[in-house]
Every structure is written in structure tokens, then in C-alpha cells.
Design a binder for this molecule. Structure first.
Ligand code: BES
Ligand code: ZN
Ligand code: ZN
Length: 492
């Protein structure tokens, strides 16, 4: 999509759909008066008839019948003036994009009144418009048919393209492809998006992008004694892969950050088999890995002054004659032993290996993302990810970035007393808790492998995959976390 920012009056702007954001009670403000005058009062009449007042999410589409250079005007409601948030702009942008797409619009424009063209609002509109343009229809014989929106124009009578705005637009434009990469990897069926496929995509990403890539095959994984990954993978015909991507900035990095993503390309539960219904969406179980790859792509374009290493342990979790069995014990290469009581708690088993690898390189910060527990979905639902951290500053930074990007995180506690729940009678720890707090037990398990380094764990089991279309996040893989992590890395 081509994006333009220009100073222009409402009556000279050419577009297919011209979006005019209005706060509640503003339905006869100056902008609307100018419009009404040009449109011979017909717009006034329609506003009155429809009862449009600018409530959040309200829309009114008006065809200009050639009286304006724009084919139609779309009034959108921002809601109460004192409650307009960045996320409000994103949601409206998503809604407007859908409306424009439905109209077959090629040129979408937004008009900002003098007091409304704040940089963060403009950037949010661009970001969400881009994010809304995502489709995954490669397996559909009948495509949407409507042409894609080609240009997005942000206009206003005194809109300034400030340095901050230019930077924000650049970030939005370079971040969207990373989100799309993550969404694509998640949306591909598990029989396509296999560990080998993920590894190939990672290798492709590293070529020509200034990233260093290392893909470990079965032999290297065996040699490195990644016992958790091997234990989970042994039930599957698909070979595991361990993906490592490194971004090094020119000059001295301000920080070294390790990102670890669960790359479980299909979770059947293994011998602790899931019921059919719970398995339907289990291609989503590599979302953490997809997010890490998405972030690496963005980082290679935005080039922050931090070193970022992405680690993705990738495997399937399948039942078979060679599968690991409940009661098996894994010995990790840092000496820890784990009793596997439920083969469906496999994410933590493969993440442990990746965390051990990450710790060896002594990063300043480790952040892992994983669709780890159904318990987290029960606690926080489909919109919010659970955040666990052993470091206050890191937790606060991530919470702030999540709020700012519209990817909300909610901090849950690493309750020391619950460590008792993952003690095993035959090994050091076991892979399920004996208490009720499943998301916490999983996080405490991971904490055993971070060697005391500043670490945060995002349980994205809820928001990684949308059950239905949202305003700017379509049904399916969401790419949750890419924008938050990019924002975090840029803030260091
Ligand atoms: N991949 C699942 C978690 C999950 C559930 C992700 C729903 C997305 C949506 C994970 O591997 C799993 O099966 N966890 C078990 C752990 C339990 C056996 C301790 C769970 O949450 O039921
Ligand atoms: Zn599982
Ligand atoms: Zn899983």
C-alpha cells in the first residue's frame, strides 16, 4: 500500500472513500458544515435521519454523487472526546479499511481536522490500515474479488509531516510485513508448516537480510543433547529443527536480547492425546516461534542498536510407537532431570532446551513467547497474554509496550510456594503442577532454566489465534507480540 501524508482541503481531496473521524456530538462541527454546504444539505439530512452522533464505532457512508472529488464520505465515530485512545484509532482504521475494501475502493483517504492530526493518531491509522489488509486466501477457489486498496492518504488543512511522524510511519510500514510473516506461518496447515518448513523460512529470512542464521538438524540437536526437543520429537515422523537467527547492529550493541519462541508445529498432545475439538486449532502451537521470526524480519529492516538472537525449537507432538511415555524422565544438558507425567505439557520441555542455549550466551534479557497453557486462556481469555517475569524493570517495560501497541499483557505472579507443585518424587521436577494454577506452574518450570538472568515469559495461548474477525486482526493467526517486542527493542 502506498502511503501519503499531505496538506489538503477537504473539498480538493480525491479518493474513493474519504474517512472523517468525529467525536461524539460533533456531527455538525466545522468539517461537517463545510461538507454539507458542498453536498447541498443532503449529508445533513442523512445524519439526522440515521441518528449518527459520533459514538465509538458508529459509521455513516454517504455517496457524494460527483459533488466532491471523493466518491464517498465515511463518517466514523471516535466516541467521547476525552476517552479517545490510540487503540480507538486503530479500531476505526480497521473498520474503515473493511468498508473501503467492501466498496471496491482503490484510494482511501482520511481527513484530519486541525486539532486531530496528532502523530500517534496518524501512525495508529496507518498501522491498523496496513494490518487490516492481511488476507490468507491461498486455499480458497473464490477470492474476495475486490481489488486491494492501493493508496492511503492522510490529509488535513495543516497536517505537518514531522520527524516523529515520518519515523512512526516507517516503523509501521516495516513492522507489518513481520506480523504478516507470523500470521502466514501460523495459518498454513500443520502438514505444510512443519519444523522443516519453519527452518526453511528462517533460512530464507536470514539470506540477504543482514541476519546470521543457523539451522540445526537432527544430528546437531542430538550432539547438543537437547533432550526435551528430542523427547517430544521422537513420536513424530517429521524431524525436529532448532532455529537460531542473529541480528548484530553496526557498532557496539546497547543490550543483548534473546527471544525464544515455542515452535510446536502441531500439538496432538502426544500419548496424553487431546480430544478432537481441542486439536482443531493446534496448528497454532508454533505461534511463539512465528512471532520470533516475525520480529527478526522487522529488526533486520529497522536495525535497532541492540543485538537480538531468536531461538525457535521446532517439532511436532505426536502419539506413536516411538513417542515418549508418561513417566519417562528427561535429563537436560544442564543436569536437571524432568519427569514427564503428561506428554501434552510439551511446550515447556522444548523451551527448556532453547532457554539453556540462550543462557549460555549471557544475554542481558531473555524473553520467551509460547502458546503454553489452556489455563492462561481460562484466566485471561482470547485478548490478553499472561506475563511472568523475575525482573520488575523488564516486566514494566513490556507492560507499557503492550499497552501502547494494543497487545495487552497482564502480569501473573511466579508464586514461590507453588514450586512445591512441580517437585517430582523420582526426578528434580515434573512437567505438570499438582496445584490448580496451570499457567503459573508452567512459568515456574521455565524459570528453572533461565539461570537467574532477567527473563520474561509471555503465555500467548489466548491471543495468538483469533476465533473471529476483529477490527484490524482477522480470524486466524494474529502475530500477537511482534509489535510489542519491536517497540520494546526500539526503546532500549
Ligand atoms: N499447546 C497447548 C496449550 C494451548 C491450549 C494453546 C489452548 C492454545 C490453546 C499446550 O501444549 C498444552 O496442551 N498444555 C496443557 C498443559 C497441561 C497438560 C498441564 C493444557 O494447557 O491443557
Ligand atoms: Zn500440549
Ligand atoms: Zn502445546
Amino acid at each position: 500500500m502506498n502511503i501519503r501524508v499531505q496538506q489538503q482541503s477537504l473539498t480538493s481531496l480525491e479518493s474513493d472513500v474519504l474517512v472523517i473521524p468525529l467525536t461524539q456530538g460533533e456531527q455538525s462541527n466545522e468539517t461537517v458544515q463545510v461538507l454539507s454546504a458542498t453536498l447541498n444539505g443532503a449529508l445533513r439530512e442523512q445524519i439526522t435521519r440515521s441518528g449518527f452522533t459520533g459514538k465509538e464505532g458508529e459509521t455513516l457512508l454517504f455517496h457524494t454523487q460527483g459533488r466532491l472529488p471523493s466518491r464517498s464520505v465515511l463518517l466514523v465515530g471516535l466516541g467521547k472526546a476525552d476517552a479517545v485512545e490510540t487503540e480507538t484509532w486503530r479500531r476505526l482504521a480497521g473498520k474503515s479499511y473493511k468498508e473501503a475494501r467492501g466498496q471496491g475502493a482503490k484510494h482511501l483517504a482520511w481527513f484530519f481536522a486541525a486539532d486531530r492530526g496528532r502523530d500517534d493518531a496518524l501512525a495508529a491509522v496507518v498501522e491498523a490500515t496496513l494490518l487490516s489488509s492481511y488476507t490468507f486466501d491461498k486455499y480458497k477457489s473464490e477470492k474476495n474479488g475486490k481489488p486491494a486498496v492501493e493508496t492511503l492518504t492522510l490529509a488535513g488543512t495543516n497536517l505537518q509531516k514531522t520527524a516523529t511522524l515520518t519515523r512512526a510511519l516507517d516503523i509501521a510500514q516495516k513492522t507489518a510485513p513481520g506480523v504478516f510473516l507470523a500470521r502466514d506461518l501460523i495459518n498454513e496447515p500443520a502438514s505444510v508448516s512443519t519444523p522443516t518448513y519453519l527452518a526453511e523460512q528462517a533460512a530464507k529470512l536470514s539470506r540477504g537480510n543482514g541476519l546470521k542464521g543457523e539451522i540445526w538438524g537432527l544430528n546437531k540437536i542430538k550432539a547438543a543433547k537437547m533432550s526435551g526437543l528430542l523427547a517430544v520429537a521422537r513420536g513424530s515422523v517429521e524431524e525436529p529443527r532448532f532455529i537460531k537467527l542473529i541480528y548484530k547492529p553496526a557498532g557496539k550493541p546497547r543490550k543483548k536480547v534473546a527471544l525464544v519462541g515455542k515452535g510446536l508445529t502441531f500439538d496432538s498432545g502426544g500419548l496424553s492425546l487431546k480430544p478432537a475439538k481441542s486439536m482443531e486449532t493446534m496448528k497454532l502451537d508454533m505461534s511463539g516461534g512465528a512471532t520470533v521470526l516475525g520480529v527478526m524480519e522487522v529488526v533486520s529492516q529497522l536495525k535497532p542498536q541492540v543485538q537480538v538472537t531468536g531461538y525457535v525449537p521446532a517439532t511436532e507432538n505426536m502419539p506413536s510407537g516411538t513417542a515418549q511415555k508418561p513417566g519417562d524422565i528427561i535429563r537436560y544438558n544442564n543436569g536437571k532431570t524432568v519427569e514427564v507425567l503428561n506428554t501434552d505439557a510439551e511446550g515447556r520441555l522444548i523451551l527448556a532446551d532453547a532457554l539453556i542455549q540462550a543462557v549460555q550466551e549471557k544475554p542481558d534479557v531473555i524473553i520467551d513467547l509460547a502458546t503454553l497453557t489452556g489455563a492462561c486462556v481460562v484466566a485471561l481469555g482470547g485478548q490478553i497474554a499472561g506475563l511472568f517475569s523475575n525482573n520488575q524493570e523488564l516486566a514494566e517495560a513490556l507492560l507499557r509496550c503492550g499497552t501502547e501497541t494494543g497487545e495487552p499483557l497482564w502480569r501473573l505472579p511466579l508464586v514461590k510456594e507453588y514450586k512445591e507443585d512441580i517437585k517430582s518424587s523420582v526426578a528434580d521436577i515434573k512437567n505438570i503442577g499438582s496445584g490448580n494454577a496451570g499457567a503459573i506452574a508452567a512459568a515456574l518450570f521455565l524459570e528453572e532454566f533461565v539461570g537467574g538472568l532477567p527473563w520474561a515469559h509471555l503465555d500467548i495461548a489466548g491471543p495468538a489465534f483469533a476465533e473471529r474477525d476483529g477490527s484490524y486482526i482477522p480470524k486466524g493467526g494474529t502475530g500477537f507480540g511482534v509489535r510489542t517486542l519491536v517497540r520494546y527493542l526500539l526503546s532500549l
